[in-house]
Design a protein around this ligand. Sequence first.
Ligand code: HEC
Ligand code: HEC
Ligand code: HEC
Ligand code: HEC
Length: 346
Amino acid sequence: MDICRDRTRFQIFKHVMFSSVFWLGAAGVPAFSQSPQSAPDLKKILGPNACAECHKEEAEVWKKTHHFSTFKKMPRSKEAREIADKMKIRRIKSESLCLTCHFTTQAVGKKKKPITGISCESCHSAGKDWEKLHSEFSGKTEKTESKADAALRWKKADKLGMIRPAAIYKLAKNCYGCHVVPQEKLVNIGGHPAGSPFELVSWSQGEVRHNLWYSKGKKNTKAGPGRKRVLYIAGLAVELETALRAVGVATKNKEYAFRMARRADTARKKIKALGGLIPEASEIAAIAELGYSAGLKLNNQAALSTAADRIAVEALALIEKYDGSTFSVVDQMIPGEEKYKGKPAK
Ligand code: HEC
Ligand code: HEC
Ligand code: HEC
Ligand code: HEC
């Protein structure tokens, strides 16, 4: 069956249909239930109150975000009930599918207990293994710890899984793992939104921004021009990677598949344009090429995940190599402050 048969219903996919995207049949791809995002280890979740013992200011900012309010609001909303009914889910707060993206969950014995909304450890990873280490200045104080010791401490924290602001790729993976909503049944059967119109700069620098620690709460530091450029480019690369994987697990010529394919197509076009602006960053052209290397069609999971894996390698290399300071030509593509999602605190 061709996508064209659904033309009237899926007007918005027009540009996908007329580009090099063709849908084949919907035969026999196994249904995938897991999301490509790496779920935190629930036994190692400390909960935001543990972080707030030191990070009071950051926690105050977080409490004003949708990530916080979803805990109470979402399960009570009419839309949530409709989705749950269609998915034959009785209690939203006991359903792991909803828990993974809307809540922070702790494992208590064999049970999973939702404790709050999307919180510190949803983005910085479960804290049990690194929480002590990252905060203890190598057994010295902030003033007496040597630079080398501090560097070693952060290296150890990274190894134990902590996701720090410097780890842009891993941070972005978490955002997109939830915000692309790579869940076919949830979208096609449940009628859940098929992803957010997410973009890393505008969505991280608005209500979510909580860079208050290093100014001791004085100001909510904005990402500087170089970092903003890297966030923008890395965000697009992770968007493409995530969307390709999402198309890879599609089994039906329905809304989910169309939306994920359109997402991948839009991302690869933007990355191609970026590659033209900064040809010296050869990784960007490589990512664009990989984005076109596997057909956006059903029954193509192997090729799509290979392309996604290779995009990840290029994206990591790019982030490692560039600080964005020489990429000013990219600024024309980055959303301005008026587009930021939600109001930043301070
Ligand atoms: C005992 C106090 C304490 C607790 C509890 C604590 N932190 Fe921290 N955190 C610190 C200190 C101190 C630093 C800065 C260390 C430095 O300046 O080298 C820091 C820095 C950070 C950073 C910035 C890292 C960077 O690369 O600049 C993040 C992110 C962070 N903490 C997250 C968390 C999360 C998430 C939790 C809860 C799981 C948590 N912290 C719990 C004291 C704490
Ligand atoms: C893969 C991640 C993911 C899963 C799984 C998921 N959601 Fe969502 N959900 C999101 C995101 C991201 C949004 C925000 C979409 C947007 O930007 O419009 C959202 C939005 C919603 C909304 C509309 C906004 C709101 O919070 O009222 C409802 C209702 C909702 N989800 C219910 C559910 C229910 C019920 C389940 C379980 C059956 C579920 N979701 C599972 C990621 C997910
Ligand atoms: C939605 C994901 C997300 C959540 C939830 C989140 N963070 Fe962050 N955090 C980030 C990102 C992204 C950055 C880097 C932002 C940037 O580059 O502007 C960051 C930066 C930080 C920093 C560095 C601050 C500075 O002054 O530079 C600290 C400390 C921190 N987070 C702690 C926390 C704590 C504590 C919580 C919970 C109360 C939390 N974060 C919740 C994503 C998140
Ligand atoms: C564990 C899943 C998850 C992660 C990780 C996550 N988000 Fe979200 N985010 C959601 C869900 C679900 C909502 C919708 C909440 C609601 O409205 O009920 C949301 C809402 C938001 C909103 C508010 C959108 C609006 O409609 O105003 C922003 C902004 C946002 N996320 C940014 C980010 C950024 C930036 C990151 C990564 C640094 C991130 N998120 C990581 C699940 C997640």
